[in-house]
Design a protein around this ligand. Structure first.
Ligand code: ADP
Length: 502
């Protein structure tokens, strides 16, 4: 198998004590930390060890009712929509300043609950969290309608109004980024929010939401309920007094969310779901750069990205060289305690995902793909998995079709552009795609032909608060971030007035 830097010792060493304490474990409803009505709690675990970090209040349907009433009151009667948009914008800017001030603790909490490398949380995720809030704080006082000339003696204008109470459900892979993508545009547009965090990662959202209140957010405007999907999550989706839903998670759960919304009050739903994104390496590509980028596209965040480049298509002329180098790169990947310096990969989120990934690895081997590197867990404690590379992957293998959500790279060979376009699009997903080429015509051809919400050319995972993100096909409905996201949280009211003297 070769020598790799993920030694089996890593996971057995004593984990580093996180430089942060857990202060908030209750539900945040109407500006107060409160217990669940049932009094129930659930443990949130440290993915490095599987040990309990803290017991967290377990919100259920009753708590969702309490949170929705608080959000309703804050929207209908409370100060939020009655403030000027500039005042709202100032509160969001102040919140961003507090996030910056506390970014060390926030990153530590995120790493502890999620397992992602602290350095990545600190240098990539937290700055983006702050940037997204500042971006939408900037929008808050620039949202307005149009004046429209019509065929008749009428003055016609549109008002862009907040929708009301937004229900938002987020996953565990980027707890705070998902928080930002949901909460920032909703509040900037003047809505109130009930947010249900993922049961695996409830801590960081509670911590930062407390800071939001310190920044002047009035009670009830943002309510955070920890709890499970089929209970708290489903109650939010079915609630008759929730005016809009935004969900990020798996495609299967997205279908349930849409159904619950339709069966209750037909609230509009935006969905950001799974993916099986192609990363296409053309024959003219700089192979060393392509290998590095394809590696990043798949392994970033322990492979737990909905847009991961999880089908690496490589042109037959450069295929052998690419496979050798991709294997060498995976063997060099530094896996270990995410609080340590220089760590590229931490543990997977929990035992369920860990077992699922190992099942997919077995399925890859059984279906005849060539295991180039990795394939096993690391150590005997926590959820660490060796960076795994398969070559000779065929389109009909499960590892080429399903979203694995782990550190497993599948390399497929192609002969020409028409073929790779057909194969890249032969999936129900359509979230993202990567294209690696030095030829502008090849890049243009692929960009136009690929059915995906984002195409990264000679780069990957470039996110910016202003760039829209979302999926074609079963990868979702609607776009988040950028100007496009504002529409998700606004109603358009047409106002028509006769003109006396046209
Ligand atoms: P995963 O399988 O990766 O945990 P999910 O799509 O199940 O992905 O989870 C994403 C979010 O959806 C989490 O906050 C989870 O609690 C929530 N969720 C899961 N099931 C449901 C459901 N039936 N209704 C509403 N939300 C749900």
């Amino acid at each position: 198998r070769g020598i790799c830097r993920f030694s089996t010792a890593v996971a057995n060493e004593e984990p580093i004590t996180p430089p942060v304490q857990v202060n908030h474990t209750q539900l945040l409803i109407n500006g107060q930390f409160v217990d669940a009505s049932s009094g129930k709690t659930f443990p949130t675990l440290d993915p490095r060890t599987g040990e309990v970090i803290a017991q967290v209040a377990e919100g259920g349907a009753e708590d969702i009712n309490r949170a929705v009433s608080a959000a309703r009151k804050a929207f209908d009667e409370g100060p939020w929509p009655k403030m000027t948009s500039y005042e709202r914008s100032q509160i969001i800017f102040r919140f961003a300043d507090l996030l910056e001030k506390h970014s060390d603790e926030i990153a530590a909490l995120e790493t502890w609950d999620n397992g992602k490398p602290y350095e990545q949380a600190k240098q990539a995720e937290i700055p983006m969290l702050i940037r997204v809030f500042r971006y939408y704080a900037g929008w808050a006082d620039k949202i307005h309608g149009l004046t429209i000339p019509v065929d008749g003696p009428y003055h016609v204008q549109t008002l862009h109004e907040p929708i009301g109470v937004a229900g938002q459900i987020i996953p565990w892979n980027f707890p705070l980024l998902m928080y930002a993508w949901k909460v920032a545009p909703a509040l900037a547009c003047g809505n109130s929010v009930v947010l249900k965090t993922a049961e695996q990662t409830p801590l960081s959202a509670l911590y930062v939401s407390k800071l939001f209140h310190e920044a002047g957010l009035p009670p009830g405007v943002l309510n955070v309920v920890s709890g499970f999907g089929p209970t708290a999550g489903a109650a939010l989706c079915s609630h008759m007094d929730v005016d809009k839903l935004a969900f990020t998670g798996s495609t299967d759960t997205g279908k349930i969310v849409l159904e619950l919304a339709a069966k209750s009050n037909l609230k509009p739903v935006t969905l950001e779901l799974g993916g099986k994104s192609p990363f296409i390496v053309c024959e003219d590509a700089d192979i060393d750069k392509a290998v590095e980028l394809a590696h990043f596209a798949l392994f970033f965040n322990q492979g737990q990205c909905c847009c991961a480049g999880s089908r690496t298509f490589v042109h037959e002329r450069v295929y052998n060289e690419f496979v050798e180098k991709a294997k060498a790169r995976a063997l060099k990947r530094v896996v270990g305690d995410p609080f340590k310096k220089g760590i590229e990969q931490g543990p997977q989120i929990d035992s369920k995902q860990f077992e699922k990934i190992l099942r997919y690895i077995r399925s890859g081997i059984e279906s005849g793909a060539t295991l180039e590197s990795g394939g096993e867990r690391i150590g005997s404690k926590g959820y660490y998995i060796q960076p795994t590379v398969f070559s000779n992957v065929q389109d009909d293998m499960l590892i080429a079709k399903d979203e694995i959500f782990g550190p497993v790279q599948s390399i497929l060979k192609f002969k020409n552009l028409d073929e790779v376009i057909r194969r890249a699009n032969a999936t129900h997903y359509g979230l993202a795609a990567g294209v690696f080429t030095q030829d502008i015509d090849t890049a243009n051809t692929l960009t136009r032909a690929l059915k995906a919400g984002t195409v990264w050319i000679n780069c990957f995972d470039v996110f910016d608060a202003a760039i829209p993100f979302g999926g074609y096909k079963m990868s979702g409905h609607g776009r988040e971030k950028g100007i496009y996201c504002l529409n998700n949280y606004l109603q358009v009211k047409a106002v028509v007035t006769p003109l006396k003297n046209p």
